[in-house]
Design a binder for this molecule. Structure first.
Ligand code: TRP
Ligand code: SF4
Length: 325
């Protein structure tokens, strides 16, 4: 059976963008693969080293977000990166064989330096981010990595590091592959990409009331200034929610009503708002249960850390023997 590994940086609560972009897929993958999912708290430290309290807070929040949507600790190994020190040891070994130019030409690196100007990204740790990621992946001998396209260069770099390691010492690592999945894109309530930093996100932990409030106010086709103005669904960010959530006949009704000004925007939105809330209902129920039993969440994490650590230690024993120090 193939092994899957993926992780997320604990820098905020998770929202519908994460749900449709990654988590629904992760939940499905649990049926067919041996899965490792981890909270990448050291990776969060590369960009937010001055805010460890926040990283701690979100490390816990993210875990509850994951469990609420159906990541299942009885099938998947769910753990926290900094609790498995072997990642750091393998990172050191990999950093010895990784040429600096490989890191400097990494497109994600260049993009982030350009975009996140308010952050101090001039560190050694941030440049080496993909080397740490290579260690995360290979220490479990994962061969499939489900990530978005933005992360594909990191997996490609992992393959190059693996090849160099296998050639220099002994072939102990498989070359991992990106598992690109068709995901549905949902815009934020202002029509831009959903992101906590844009303040336009619907969070998994939002109550049905908050969801309704946010989505009722969501941006629509700007041409529909008045109720009597016809609109064009393809120019309406809210319509993207219909496409993901509504039944075909509801989508049809919304689109027709929009073009003929036969339906008001609020009535049009009400249709998908109900589906969003219904779809999240089981997650809300599970979240309530976990929030009432904080010890159980701790135990789940402790067990996952333990299982991950055992596997990581096994791999590191092989690595040490191969390197031969
Ligand atoms: N870099 C990933 C992100 O920002 C998180 C991550 C860290 C990761 N290590 C990983 C993802 C290993 C997949 C595999 O989203
Ligand atoms: Fe968007 Fe629906 Fe309003 Fe048309 S009627 S602009 S699809 S919310």
């Amino acid at each position: 059976m193939d092994t899957i590994l993926s992780g997320m940086r604990p820098t905020g609560r998770l929202h519908l963008g994460h749900l449709h972009g990654a988590l629904k897929n992760w939940v499905r993958l649990q049926n067919d693969y041996r899965c490792y999912f981890f909270v990448a708290d050291w990776h969060a430290l590369t960009t937010d080293y001055a805010a460890p309290q926040e990283i701690n807070h979100y490390s816990r929040e993210i875990l509850i977000d994951w469990l609420s949507v159906g990541l299942d600790p009885s099938r998947s190994v769910i753990f926290r990166q900094s609790r498995v020190k072997e990642h750091a040891e393998l990172h050191v070994i990999f950093s010895m064989i990784t040429p600096v130019p490989w890191l400097e030409r990494n497109p994600t690196y260049k993009d982030q330096i350009k975009e996140l100007t308010e952050k101090d990204l001039s560190t050694y740790g941030f440049l080496g981010y993909p080397v740490l990621q290579a260690a995360d992946i290979t220490i479990y001998k994962a061969n499939k990595v489900p990530v978005g396209v933005d992360q594909a260069p990191h997996v490609e770099l992992t393959r190059e590091i693996v090849r160099r390691f296998n050639q220099t010492y002994r072939p102990i690592f498989p070359e991992p592959e990106v598992l690109l999945t068709e995901t549905q894109k949902l815009p934020g309530v202002d029509g831009r990409k959903m992101s906590k930093s844009y303040n336009n996100a619907v969070f998994l932990s939002d109550s049905p009331k908050e969801i309704e409030q946010k989505l009722s106010r969501m941006m629509t086709d700007p041409a529909r200034v008045r109720r009597t103005d016809p609109g064009e669904p393809e120019k309406c960010p809210a319509f993207e929610f219909h496409k993901v959530y509504s039944l075909p006949e509801e989508i049809e009704t919304g689109a027709k009503g929009c073009r003929s000004a036969g339906i008001g925007c609020l009535d049009c939105k009400k249709i998908f708002i109900k589906h969003v809330i219904d779809d999240l209902a089981p997650a809300h129920e599970r979240r309530r249960q976990y929030e009432n039993k904080p010890d159980e969440v701790e135990e789940i994490l402790a067990r996952g850390n333990q299982v991950a650590q055992t596997k990581a230690a096994e791999t590191m024993a092989e690595v040490r023997a191969a390197v031969g120090l």
